[in-house]
Design a protein around this ligand. Structure first.
Ligand code: SF4
Length: 346
């Protein structure tokens, strides 16, 4: 069910809309490295990195990742620790674990060739509707639409959509409208143009309607309040406490489970000893949480857990450590250890 006025879905509207958009894209489109390839592996990597991460951050990670893991076979054979280390700083590490699992599945189920069928792509770990459509369009030239943050905003404004785009009805309306507008031949350039319009002109808070190449096609009366989204769950505040223990240029770390599974963190503690004040405090976001990280100095304890290990501070750079813990470790080591001990601490 489309739920948009009929003039917005007429063939004439779609055709003239696309030509205005493509003319603008020809002059103003961004020159991004993943736009110059048809390799489904490279496109998959860029699309997964771009989920929840800014383009400017992704640019450096993308290049380094492809140097380190140039194809599905290399990624499938890499250790989880190596993959997490390469992803370090991008956050949401389930993405990296899923990429490695997807690479193994491509090798195991598809003999190393990424499937061209969207249904088969969606059987792979971590690949949802958007990612499958993006790869189908950018790697295989299939005439399919894409709806991600930028295009969702543009499409919701063009059609003046008054439904939350993160609820089922609004989401389906967007995908249906996107399908009507997408060209019947290749959608590769058209989809890139729509993404760039959202990233450069139809901005979240202050859309630049005055210079918009598709202004004549837009039905938004108050674009700055679109798209509508469901009320967010209230931010939850959490405190996490960890111990800082060093001994002869070695630091006690623990292999994490949960959100940072497979990475190394300062050992968690339930409660500090009475009167013990934290030596480091920082906050960081995670989904709808605001987490306060508090670190307490601890005398070197006996190790009771096989997950804990004394790590030489000079090798910290070579193991995966989540950013909030790495920042805390470096700051505390700089304050507490002689400079020469830290030569390679990261
Ligand atoms: Fe977005 Fe404004 Fe262009 Fe409409 S006219 S698509 S709201 S920038």
């Amino acid at each position: 069910m489309l739920n948009v006025s009929s003039d917005l879905i007429s063939p004439d509207y779609s055709r003239t809309f696309r030509s205005s958009l493509l003319r603008w894209y020809g002059r103003h489109g961004r020159d991004l490295p993943w736009r110059g390839t048809r390799d489904p592996y490279a496109i998959l990597i860029s699309e997964v990195m771009l989920q929840q991460t800014q383009v400017t951050t992704v640019l450096s990670y993308y290049k380094e990742w492809l140097e380190r893991f140039p194809d599905f076979a290399t990624l499938a054979c890499a250790s989880e620790s190596g993959v997490l280390h390469a992803w370090q700083g991008l956050g949401y590490y389930a993405r990296a674990r899923n990429l490695r699992s997807a690479a193994k599945a491509v090798l195991g189920r598809h003999r190393g060739r990424f499937p061209e069928s969207i249904a088969q792509m969606r059987q792979l770990p971590g690949i949802g509707r958007y990612t499958a459509h993006a790869i189908a369009s950018f790697a295989f030239d299939q005439p399919v639409p894409i709806v991600e943050a930028n295009t969702a905003r543009v499409l919701a404004r063009l059609s003046n959509l008054q439904k939350p785009i993160d609820a089922a009805a609004g989401r389906e309306a967007l995908w249906n409208y996107a399908a009507v507008l997408a060209p019947k031949g290749t959608a590769r350039t058209y989809n890139s143009a729509l993404v760039d319009l959202g990233a450069l002109v139809c901005l979240p808070r202050q859309p630049k309607c005055g210079i918009c190449p598709v202004r004549d096609f837009c039905r938004a009366t108050k674009p700055e309040i679109l798209p509508i989204k469901k009320a967010r769950p209230p931010l939850k505040r959490m405190t996490e406490r960890h111990a800082f223990a060093v001994r002869q240029n070695r630091i006690l770390l623990q292999q994490a489970d949960g959100r940072w599974r497979g990475m190394w963190i300062l050992p968690p503690i339930k409660a500090p000893l009475k009167g013990n004040r934290s030596i480091h405090m920082a906050t960081f976001p995670f989904t709808n949480h605001r987490i306060t990280l508090r670190i307490f100095a601890q005398h070197p304890p006996r190790i009771h857990s096989r997950l804990r290990r004394w790590i030489d501070v000079r090798s910290l750079d070579s193991i995966p450590i989540p950013s909030p813990h790495r920042r805390a470790i470096i700051k505390l080591l700089v304050e507490r250890l002689p400079r020469r001990s830290l030569a390679k601490a990261g």
